[in-house]
Unconditional design. Structure first.
Length: 100
């Protein structure tokens, strides 16, 4: 497979740099100090990136969220969801037929 697979959408880092491909993301992981790389979130991100590059494209679904979790940490909402909302706005208001 290929390390040139594109992340869709690209990950925009807090300093403004963009990670557009798996290679960009892997190089960013390798730029981190060894104590940061040894943290479980970064280990998981590296594992997901390797699987996405070396196995089928379905692993891309895991690579981007793993990188986002490693970059932002577990307490901050993802970049694409700045308010930290969960689910669709209508989903919580709908009732099942049996509950009406």
């Amino acid at each position: 497979m290929s390390w040139t697979r594109r992340l869709d959408p690209p990950i925009v880092l807090p300093e403004g740099r963009k990670l557009a491909t798996l290679r960009d993301a892997a190089e960013y992981v390798l730029e981190q100090p060894p104590e940061v790389q040894s943290e479980p979130a970064w280990q998981h991100a590296a594992h997901a990136l390797r699987n996405a590059a070396e196995r089928e494209a379905a692993w891309m679904w895991f690579a981007r969220p793993a990188m986002m979790r490693a970059i932002l940490g577990p307490d901050k909402p993802p970049i694409g969801n700045p308010e930290g909302k969960k689910g669709h706005r209508w989903r919580n208001n709908r009732k099942l037929a049996r509950d009406r």
